[in-house]
Design a protein around this ligand. Structure first.
Ligand code: ADP
Ligand code: MG
Ligand code: ZN
Length: 619
């Protein structure tokens, strides 16, 4: 097996390269510049991460977004690869630590924002530390014709020239239009690059356009049927984001919002809630997403039509990065056209371009808008339309879009007021969360928690009594904020009835010995659902959670680990990996390593725990 394949397996846990990955990697290793154009989720990162591990010295990755680099560095470290980033979130001490480690050759990969490059400290470091490869991620940011132009990207050539020796330069983007492609080559000064454009199709995405009478009603139905999944709802304006988010919160959805009008801190917190699966729906403007690598987004709903197919495909493409089936649904209304026109006009209001150029750009934007409207109204295959737009013609009808295969009529689950479903439901995961929370509170307080206190902690209440007792620092704080007070009381009630909890006078709660069976020994908690608060959450027992018991258990274990390590769940293993694990049911470490997405380090780190969980299920 050749070296790069070994690395692919050892660090990333995959057996095969995808698309043009191998060719691009080979070219870089042979010292050639490359330009890789692949759709979102196509696997661009590996194209520079693998050479980084094979080349001597450092690989510098230039990346536009802070959230992106933090996630990637976290993922690399978890896989056992020495990596770091430099951006404005680091304190001065932290920065000098990174610089020191760089000089000692401790990292293979450094992520940096383009604004950093020409800083004095950075330049000094770059002249001292041998840099073999510079990777420019989201390279379209250098193009003034693109949507995401960043002036600081224009500093990259100057930076490259200041280096004692020109490293190999590779550039990656998902934006395919020829104008942008030419711009990247020219502005970055790529030398005789290997240019690879790989197919833009994302077969696991199902596209659909609806023109509903009531967008709200439709959204509600769509979300109610996807409560156990994670997704994004895009709106065109901040105001609409605020309204839709409040509306969803009122209806009991675990929604968070994101737009440029929110304070940084709130934005960061909301984004984190979503990344860590504490909130399942993110309502956002297009300010949210570039660089969001969350892999288990299983739907992207556009509440408004975006201004271009470029934006649409990029935003919709944030669904299904783990390769699992995912949905991209656009809710179209005639008013969206008016809003989009208005936003285009507005975007040029403060432009200082000469009139002629401004008019030309505006015309270009209007043309893009009409192509977008056409997409919303075409009776033909939506995938064909998208691929054709990006220059890929003669593709067959897909059979998997809203026009090729119209959706079956979806009926929303019953309204909360009248739950009428009988049946059983596995609430093991909920039970584990509640029980571990009570244990933690009792340890933190040195005496027993009450029902009220437990509910407040689980819901992440801002009550000052929690803060005074440090309970807002517990890892279970806010863990179940997607649940209502009634639901949590109901779960606690069920746990008392089943003897996992003792409930004394004044609602004092203590875990019993039996609780350990649920927490550590795989005992499942099954409840019958009658006219209970929980029935609302699980309207039809058995049909809502598609996860088998085993998969649910693996996910629960992942959640526990993620919480412990304070990382988003997908950094530990992706859904695709857990599903492959549930399918292969490995019995030992060698078999465990054959699961897709399990590398050597993660295998060692998590293998025993997952193998134990698997064994428990075989019994
Ligand atoms: P991009 O930057 O092109 O949007 P990423 O590099 O973030 O895409 O990769 C998307 C997902 O695909 C990640 O979860 C990554 O681990 C996975 N992936 C990449 N290459 C492979 C491969 N050869 N086999 C299986 N999964 C892969
Ligand atoms: Mg990427
Ligand atoms: Zn189709």
């Amino acid at each position: 097996m050749d070296e790069k394949r070994k690395i692919l397996s050892r660090y990333f846990g995959y057996t095969e390269f995808r698309g043009a990955q191998e060719e691009l990697i080979d070219a870089v290793l042979a010292g050639q510049d490359v330009l890789g154009i692949m759709p979102t989720g196509g696997g661009k990162s590996l194209c520079y991460q693998i050479p980084a591990l094979m080349l001597p010295g450092l690989t510098l990755v230039i990346s536009p977004l802070i959230s992106l680099m933090q996630d990637q560095v976290l993922a690399l470290k978890t896989a056992g690869i020495p990596a770091a980033y430099l951006n404005s979130t680091l304190s001065l001490e932290q920065q000098s630590l990174v610089f020191r480690n760089l000089r000692q050759g401790r990292y293979k990969i450094l992520y940096a924002a383009p604004e950093r490059l020409l800083g004095e400290g950075f330049l000094a470091m770059a002249r001292e530390v041998p840099i073999s490869l510079v990777a420019v991620d989201e390279a379209h940011c250098i193009s003034q014709w693109g949507q995401d132009f960043r002036p600081s990207y224009l500093k990259i050539p100057e930076f490259l020239q200041s280096l004692p020796q020109r490293p190999v330069v590779c550039a990656y983007t998902a934006t395919a239009t020829p104008a942008v492609r030419r711009d990247i080559q020219k502005c970055l000064g790529l030398q005789n690059p290997l240019v690879k454009v790989t197919g833009f199709d994302r077969p696991n995405l199902r596209f659909e356009v609806r023109t509903p009478e009531s967008k709200r009603g439709t959204l509600l139905t769509l979300l109610a049927l996807r409560k156990d999944k994670s997704g994004i709802v895009y709106c065109s304006t901040r105001k609409e984001v605020d309204q839709v988010c409040s509306f969803l919160l009122d209806r009991g959805f675990a929604a968070a919002r994101y737009h440029a009008g929110l304070p940084d801190e709130v934005r960061r917190q909301n984004q984190e809630d979503f990344l860590y699966d504490r909130k399942t729906v993110m309502v956002a403007t297009n300010a949210f997403g570039m660089g969001i690598d969350k892999s288990n987004v299983s739907y992207v709903i556009h509440y408004n039509m975006p201004q271009s197919m470029e934006s649409y495909y990029q935003e919709a493409g944030r669904a299904g990065r783990d390769g699992e089936p995912a949905e991209c649904i656009l809710l179209f209304g005639k008013r969206d056209i008016i809003t989009a026109k208005f936003l285009i006009e507005k975007s040029y209001e403060e432009s200082e371009l000469p009139d002629e150029e401004r008019e030309a750009l505006k015309q270009r934007d209007m043309k893009r808008l009409w192509d977008m409207v056409d997409y919303c109204q075409t009776p033909g295959c939506l995938r064909q339309y998208i691929l054709g737009y990006f220059g890929q013609y003669n593709t067959p009808k897909c059979g998997n879009c809203g026009n090729c295969a119209p959706p079956k009529k979806e009926t929303p689950p019953p309204e909360p007021e009248e739950p009428d479903v009988l049946g059983t439901k596995d609430i093991t995961k909920e039970a584990q969360m509640v029980l571990s929370c009570i244990k933690r509170i009792n340890t933190a307080l040195g005496h027993s928690s009450t029902i009220t206190m437990t509910v407040l902690v689980l819901r992440g209440s801002k009550d000052k009594r929690l803060r005074e007792n440090g309970l807002d620092k517990l890892s279970t704080y806010g863990l179940m904020n997607a649940y209502s007070r009634e639901e949590l009381r109901e779960i606690i009630d069920q746990l008392v009835q089943r003897g996992y909890l003792n409930c004394g006078s004044s609602e004092i709660l203590e875990t019993t010995a039996a609780a350990g069976n649920v927490l550590f020994r795989g005992e499942r908690v099954i409840v019958t659902m009658e006219q209970s608060a929980l029935a609302r959450r699980f309207p039809q027992s058995g049909t809502v959670t598609a996860d088998s018991g085993l998969l649910a258990a693996l996910k629960a274990l992942r959640l526990k680990l993620a919480e412990k390590e304070k990382v988003p769940a997908f950094v530990i293993f992706s859904n695709a990996t857990l599903e492959d694990m549930a399918k292969k049911q490995p019995k030992n470490m060698a078999e465990f390593r054959t699961v897709s997405g399990v590398g050597a380090v993660k295998g060692q780190r998590y293998g025993d725990l997952f193998l134990k969980e698997l064994e428990r299920h075989r019994k």
